[in-house]
Design a protein around this ligand. Structure first.
Ligand code: BG6
Length: 501
């Protein structure tokens, strides 16, 4: 996280660079990259000489591509972010097929043209907003055309999730990337790490003296990490049918939330020190064996229901979904971290589409008091819970018991709340922060190659077991609820309950 002090030159703060987006005509570019670039440009956070080259299959002209980005920036800028700015002056589009060498020759001459007109450093960001199978072809083409090495400048490759489809393809993708780019130039993106409240997990733990002494098995009973979404699969069934919730949300977002919550303090506030600690957490996760998956994981798929007062179809009725699909749209997973800090403290992770509402939170539930001398009549003694509200109502809250004023002893749980809104600073989208970090060469909020592979390793036994066994119970939760009943029983057998979201 780039908080380093010292004076930096204008070129370091706002390096003139060319952002080459592969998959530029796709949804991600319009929905997420366009608003982020427009904001960075509006706020003067990127160089006046920042240029964009979009590459995709759609036959756009430069002007049409600019209009496509402009529309995206306008449509997907939340009202809290103010008006999106203009795009950088230089926006170029190249249409073509990634398999054709000729496309990359055109890219080379376009890049060199922009760079020589600009003068100075030849900084290039290659952004892979493409599915993993296309990534390999592109990397190979960049290598072949010698586009990935440059004198007088830097090269950075940003790779979108999903990072492969499973452990084998994730490893293969790393191998191909590393054959052309050194690890120092690879930025595997997970937009959750760009969220302010996700970065705040690190700050809350390591910039405050009071939490860390309690942050271990002696005081914590268990941790719940929930990423609930009210949206369904939308128009992404083509991708989702072969991905499912574990690949789409757990391999990246949920395991990232887990590593930040569970990691040891790093030796320094620096990318490799932090990422090394996150990797250690993943390495300490107790491996599942295929035979015991049902004790550790529950899957679900939504049926028809009502979300936000509107009737919605079940997953199997969504366009382009197999009417007998086994794809899970919900999962709850129990994770044991076998290390000194977390021995005996289960981490329960859950995520699903078409749940009752959109909420992401990390809840730390503390152990009860060692001796209860208050009588039952004194009221409910509930455990202390520290909740990190990641979205949408960003904040932190702590639950504790207080005495209700009066002549009899009555205890009641209350909440001490910090809403981020109180700071009055709008919370920017994750992509802005992450793109800016790429221009500054800061890899802290990006996933290292071994980290991506370890995340796949954790989930592989569950993915394999579920792939082998169809789910006769699907659909097993109605849209608008909070997941299948089996997920409730899953926690009840440990004597615990999911927190109400
Ligand atoms: C994406 C997933 O990575 O994250 C989507 O592919 C999901 O399926 C999205 O909806 C959730 O992101 P956010 O920021 O809305 O929580």
């Amino acid at each position: 996280m780039s908080l380093a002090g010292g004076r930096r030159s204008e070129e370091e703060i706002r390096p003139p660079a060319t952002l080459v987006i592969f998959g530029a005509s796709g949804d991600l570019t319009r929905r997420l990259l366009a608003p982020a670039i427009a904001h960075l440009n509006r706020d003067g956070a990127i160089s006046k000489d920042f240029a964009i080259i979009g590459i995709g299959r759609s036959p756009f002209t430069d002007e049409e591509f600019r209009a496509h980005l402009d529309d995206g920036a306008r449509e997907f800028t939340p009202p809290t972010q103010g008006r999106p700015g203009d795009l950088p002056a230089k926006v170029v589009y190249l249409a073509g097929d990634f398999a054709e060498a000729e496309l990359f020759q055109r890219l080379k001459s376009t890049l060199e043209g922009i760079e020589s007109r600009r003068g100075g450093a030849r900084n290039r960001i290659f952004y892979f907003a493409t599915p993993p199978d296309a990534d390999e072809t592109i990397v190979e083409q960049l290598g072949r055309e010698e586009l990935a090495t440059v004198e007088n400048g830097w090269i950075r490759a940003v790779v979108e999730k999903p990072f492969g489809h499973d452990l084998a393809s994730g490893r293969q993708l790393n191998k191909v990337l590393l054959s052309v780019f050194p690890e120092k130039q690879i930025y595997r993106i997970d937009h959750y790490l760009g969220k302010e409240t996700v970065q705040n997990i690190f700050v809350l733990r390591f910039a405050n003296g009071i939490f860390e002494p309690l942050w271990n098995h002696r005081y914590i009973d268990h941790v719940q990490i929930s990423v609930a979404e009210s949206v369904g699969v939308g128009h992404r069934a083509g991708f989702y049918e072969s991905a499912g919730i574990l690949r789409d949300m757990f391999q990246n977002h949920l395991l990232q939330l887990l590593t930040l919550t569970a990691m040891e303090p790093p030796a320094a506030y620096e990318a490799d020190a932090i990422r090394a600690e996150k990797v250690k957490v993943l390495e300490s996760i107790r491996p599942y064996t295929e035979g015991d998956i049902d004790d550790w994981a529950v899957r679900g798929q939504y049926g028809p229901g009502v979300v936000d007062g509107r009737r919605v179809p079940g997953y199997r009725e969504e366009p382009k979904v197999d009417p007998a699909s086994n794809t899970p749209t919900y999962a709850a997973v129990k994770i044991a971290i076998d290390n000194w800090r977390w021995a005996g403290v289960p981490f329960y992770l859950r995520s699903g589409k078409r749940l009752g509402k959109r909420v992401t939170e990390v809840a730390i539930e503390f152990k009860g008091v060692p001796h209860r001398f208050f009588s039952k009549a004194s009221g409910e003694m509930q455990p202390n819970v520290l909740r990190l509200h990641i979205q949408p109502d960003e904040g932190v809250s702590l639950k504790f018991g207080v005495k209700i004023p009066g002549s009899v002893l009555q205890i009641q749980p209350v909440y001490m709340d910090f809403p981020y809104a109180r700071l009055g600073a709008p919370i920017a989208g994750g992509y802005e922060r992450l793109l800016l970090d790429v221009t500054h060469g800061d890899q802290t909020l990006f996933i290292r190659g071994d980290e991506a592979e370890h995340a796949w390793e954790v989930l592989t036994p569950i993915l394999d077991a579920w792939a082998k066994r169809p789910a006769p119970e699907f659909p097993n939760y109605a849209a608008g609820t909070f997941g299948p009943e089996a997920a409730d029983r899953f926690l009840e057998k440990d004597g615990r309950r999911w927190r109400t979201l």
